[in-house]
Ligand binder design. Sequence first.
Ligand code: PGA
Length: 254
Amino acid sequence: MRKQIAAANWKMNLGFQQGEKLLDEILGAKIELAPDQLTLFAVPFPYLLMARSAVGEEQNYYVAAQNCYHKKSGAFTGEVSVEMLHSIGVTYCIVGHSERREYFSESNQVLAEKVNLCLGSFITPIFCCGEALTIREQGTQNEFVATQLRESLFHLEADKITQIIIAYEPIWAIGTGKTATTRQAQEMHAHLRSIIAGQYGQDIADKISILYGGSVKASNAIELFACPDVDGGLVGGASLVAAEFIEIIQALKE
Ligand code: PGA
């Protein structure tokens, strides 16, 4: 049974105290998760240790980094390595968010290096893929995401690919309030799973969690998570509001 996941992506939002308060409120709701359910908080780097201690020993709640550098160590002023993340007990990291691809020109090749470094340091990559509006309008989104997967992930051995979480985030739905319809989400998730099955076999494809991201809210989470190939969500804006994110975590149970 693959994991069902509610992942918060705070991006570059919230002051430290606001972050502490938000975690306090969400964790205070004491939502018990089943063994195959996870809640992740991808917080800014300076908040990782605070978030780790807030989450404590809470079952199936973990902290994630939003990014890492694609080199092991060295003279890269201002960057954060996966070994640094590992050394403070971080076990998940978002890799290749569309905002990083767009504003920091991260290529599929650089993301492959990040994926390798994460896996080498016991960090689970949450690998993001997804197409821009122009690509969707041309109708070439299936080939586009297939290339993203192929160039960043398909060098991995079968035992490594099962350690990856994938997040499908259509860029036109991120922060726009415009969610993909459940049909669009399900179709793309099934497509992603079939590409993985083509490369690694159906058994392996069935083990990989594929999250949907792009304007997930309390009001649409149940419907989206009910799609057979949608295994939860990567949530930006709505993860900054305690009541919203609490409902999104609860939607995993529906
Ligand atoms: P959004 O962001 O929920 O605000 O659309 C999702 C994401 O970018 O991870």
